[in-house]
Design a protein around this ligand. Structure first.
Ligand SMILES: [Ca+2]
Length: 96
């Protein structure tokens, strides 16, 4: 059984692997994020405009790079998308 700390260590390892490709090894550049999405999500991350928009959304403090905290937001978003995919009944209208 994998603990949440082991899962975080794996996420940290993936972050380091991509952050170390160019520039500061503690942050992800747009190019590194694009590579990460392509390799980890097994598909094209979309056109340049979509990547730009996505990167702007991730770069919460607007410094032009994605640090570990901002990366964790990405991971959390992916977890929520994954959860929604597994429970399609959520799309029906709820009372109130
Ligand atoms: Ca940032």
């Amino acid at each position: 059984m994998t603990t949440i700390f082991e899962a975080i260590a794996v996420l940290r390892c993936i972050f380091d692997q991509y952050a170390g490709k160019e520039g500061d090894a503690k942050t992800l550049t747009k190019k590194e994020i694009t590579t990460l999405l392509k390799e980890q999500l097994k598909g094209a991350p979309g056109n340049q405009a979509e990547i730009d928009e996505f990167f702007k959304m991730l770069d919460d403090d607007g410094d032009g790079v994605v640090d570990f905290n901002e990366y964790i937001v990405l991971v959390a978003s992916l977890a929520m998308i994954d959860l929604q995919k597994k429970s399609p009944s959520n799309s029906s209208s709820s009372p109130d």
